[in-house]
Design a protein around this ligand. Structure first.
Ligand code: MIG
Length: 737
């Protein structure tokens, strides 16, 4: 074991000769140390780390996983899996996010940087033991110290690098469905948004837009003159977002296939021949995304679509999902044939059935192909969790080359820590189940802690049929997730906001309008989180240290100013809420209606009618918002509103930038610093405008600890007078009585 000091808070323990995952972006200096902090370590064929937890410890993190925000009581396996049934017993989903934080007697974070299988037994086998089992003895372990959860997360995020930032329009509402089959149908969906006057920024193209499911092709039959269609749709206000799959169809004459074979860009089997698996198009080869040249080649392929005016993509099936291989299929067929004349009983029948079920995503298949890394063959199983990461990295690096300094929307299904620098993720094939709203709520902060800020679930649920109430309540939660996309599977009931009754449509429309109205806040908080190494979604325990807040699983802090308490149960008109400090409650039916209520710290049953979205503004915090428009680019932010809940003093930084480039990395962005102080019943407002040229007026709703609500208006009165001094570069002093 060799130990490296990354900084005062982070130590790296290197064991054996790990595969370079490129999850971490920082190096350290080797130091003299031969014991590991916190964990007992044992090495045999597998490596085990054991930590005895205290009764009151909570364990957070692990990104895309089942169960709670507090991961205690569960067992989780990092081995990226395409499993469309996210039931509570499942140990693996699509991502491998090996970072967790223990908070209690000791508070520390641990990141297991190993790209094969890792098991996290968080008090499952024995309630008091956290045991981490790694299938190998070559890995890096990072231990992150800090005084509190926020500090630990900050150190971790600095270690793994700055999160991806999509174009600003990608914070708008997005509509997807697997089976918007042709141009006419896509346009029809767009027109329905227009007709119903529901804001929307993007419509997705699922696998049907391709020709025979071949990547980087377009079906000319279903999408004649694709480029013109993309343009036409953009004029209407919608971007089209095509899907790209990992598998490349084996077909003579298909350029991607031909080039991949000619250049050895595909993963190989033990004989060195391109490995064959089957997915959508039937038999495919899998690009070897661990090979930088293959990555470059694949990344540049996105140009075909970028050249048609496409500005966003989603990368699917990149665990990689494998429907079958000849090996698995033949084995099952043989078994079936042999069983033909048998009298199958409970054991033999289920064995036969299992053989068929296990044809897909079979471990033996993952063990039977190889990557070429620096001239050496590496078994896929050992680096399995890096596949989706590197497919998506290929895309992002391609974009950077094809469209330098232009933000392109990209998110992936499979991921590993580090991929968050290149893209976002969506959480895969959930169900139209109420439980999956709750799972979505719990997953968001966990993903954020692992760096994945641009994320969201299929709103309304992917598999299965949804009813209006489910889609409504889910939409009312998703308005807060950076990626806000309604998506459903082929063959299920349609679930666009206008797919149900009039009343539900109206309610969803109001929710989506609220989303657009709070984009100033959402974007500002997202960007500040990115820049300052923070999370956008946090569990209450990040801010409040009372016992209830440590245990609250179904309320979240969104950015710095607000708390939400979504409804995730059917047929209810309210729920219990833990209010960790006095807050200002704004129950939104229509965001133009402003009625607030001060809610005292404590337990409370909150009525939440189907029309309502409760937004809690924290004490001494402000929520900034504007008005909705048909899409993000049409939003007029010359006037913004501020809802402030002030006991004594509060400040807020409103961030904005061009929304299109990465210039913010060079410090090119604007801020408006707003400070409100209450003294002797008067409010003093200070506004410092650092470069925002759009906003001309701020309206304040200030709620003090008094019964009466005071509405204050600050405006750029006498525009001309202040022009020379640069608007707002002065202190405004206003007294409200
Ligand atoms: O196995 O492309 O998660 O969002 O609609 C299904 C069809 C393949 C899985 C994705 C889903 C997408 C679907 N894909």
């Amino acid at each position: 074991m060799r130990v490296y000091k990354i900084d005062d808070y982070v130590l790296k323990y290197r064991i054996g000769h790990p595969f370079e995952t490129e999850a971490v972006i920082r190096d350290g200096e080797e130091i003299e140390k031969n014991t590991m902090d916190y964990f007992k370590i044992s090495q045999a064929t597998k490596l085990r780390l054991i930590y005895k937890m205290n009764t009151d410890d909570i364990v957070l993190g692990l990104g895309e996983n089942q169960r709670g925000i507090n991961k205690r009581g569960g067992i989780y396996e990092s081995y990226c899996t395409d499993d469309p049934n996210h039931t509570p017993d499942k140990k693996s989903l699509y991502g491998a996010h090996n970072f967790l934080i223990v908070d209690g007697a000791e508070t520390f974070g641990v990141f297991i940087d190993y790209p094969g299988r890792v098991t996290f037994d968080v008090g499952f086998t024995h309630k008091d033991y956290l045991e981490i089992i790694v299938d190998d003895n070559n890995l890096d372990i990072y231990i992150i110290n800090g005084n509190n959860l926020k500090e630990i997360v900050k150190s971790f995020l600095k270690l793994v690098g700055q999160c991806y930032v999509p174009p600003k329009w990608a914070f708008g509402y997005q509509q997807c469905r697997w089976s918007y089959e042709d141009a006419a149908e896509v346009e029809n969906i767009a027109d329905s948004f227009i007709k119903n006057d529901i804001p929307c920024d993007a419509i997705y193209l699922d696998i049907d837009y391709m020709e025979d499911f071949k990547d980087f092709t377009i079906s000319h039959e279903r999408f004649p003159n694709f480029k013109a269609f993309v343009e036409k749709m953009k004029k209407k206000g919608f971007r089209l977002i095509p899907i790209i799959d990992a598998g490349v169809k084996i077909e003579k004459g298909y350029d991607v296939y031909e080039e991949g074979v000619a250049n050895d860009f595909f993963c190989v089997d033990q004989d060195g021949k391109p490995f064959v698996g089957a997915v959508w198009p039937g038999r495919v080869h899998f690009p070897d995304f661990l090979n930088p040249e293959a990555r470059k080649w694949f990344g540049l392929k996105y140009k075909t679509l970028l050249d048609c005016g496409i500005e966003g993509f989603w990368n699917d099936m990149n665990e990689p999902a494998i429907f079958y291989t000849d090996r698995g299929l033949n084995k099952a067929i043989k078994k079936a044939k042999k069983s033909e004349d048998e009298n199958l009983n409970i054991y033999s029948f289920f064995e036969l059935k299992d053989t068929f079920i296990k044809i897909s995503n079979n471990l033996e298949d993952y063990k039977s192909f190889y990557h070429k890394v620096k001239g050496e063959l590496v078994n896929h199983d050992k680096v399995h969790n890096l596949y989706g990461y590197n497919m998506t990295r290929a895309a992002a690096e391609g974009f950077e080359e094809i469209k330098p300094n232009k933000r392109v929307l990209i998110f992936s299904r499979s991921s590993y820590i580090g991929m968050h620098r290149y893209s976002g993720i969506w959480t895969g094939d959930n169900h139209s189940w109420w439980d999956h709203i709750l799972l979505n709520i719990k997953m968001m902060p966990s993903l954020n802690m692992c760096g994945f800020l641009y994320s969201g679930a299929d709103t309304g649920g992917f598999n299965g049929d949804a009813n209006a109430e489910l889609v409504t309540r889910w939409t009312q939660f998703s308005i807060f997730t950076p990626l806000f996309r309604n998506h459903s599977a082929m063959g299920t009931r349609n679930q666009e906001p206008f797919a149900f009754d009039e009343e539900s449509k109206e309610i969803m429309k109001r929710a989506i309008e609220l989303r657009y109205a709070i984009i100033p806040y959402i974007y500002s908080e997202y960007m500040k989180a990115v820049i300052n190494w923070e999370v956008y979604f946090a569990p209450l325990v990040f801010e409040y240290d009372d016992e209830m807040s440590r245990k609250t699983e179904d309320q979240l802090l969104v950015g710095d100013s607000i708390m939400i308490s979504p409804i995730y149960q059917e047929n209810v008109t309210g729920r219990y809420v833990w209010v960790p400090e006095d807050m200002l409650l704004w129950k939104v039916k229509k965001y133009s209606d402003r009625e607030y209520e001060i809610v005292k710290k404590g337990h409370r049953y909150l009525n939440v009618e189907i029309k309502e979205i409760p937004v809690f503004i924290r004490k001494n915090k402000m929520l900034i918002l504007g008005k909705h428009a048909k899409n993000v680019e049409s939003i007029d932010n010359r006037q913004l509103d501020i809802i402030a809940f002030i006991e004594d003093k509060t400040s807020y930084i409103y961030y904005d930038d061009d929304g299109k480039t990465y210039d913010f990395k060079k410090g090119k962005y604007s801020e408006i610093a707003i400070e409100i102080e209450k003294a002797d019943g008067e409010f003093k407002i200070n506004i410092d405008n650092r470069g925002n040229e759009k906003v001309q007026r701020l309206n304040f709703d200030i709620c003090p600890f008094a019964k009466a609500l005071i509405r204050a208006i600050f405006l750029k009165e006498k525009e001309k007078l202040y022009e020379k001094e640069k608007q707002w570069n002065f202190n405004a002093y206003y007294i409200f009585t």
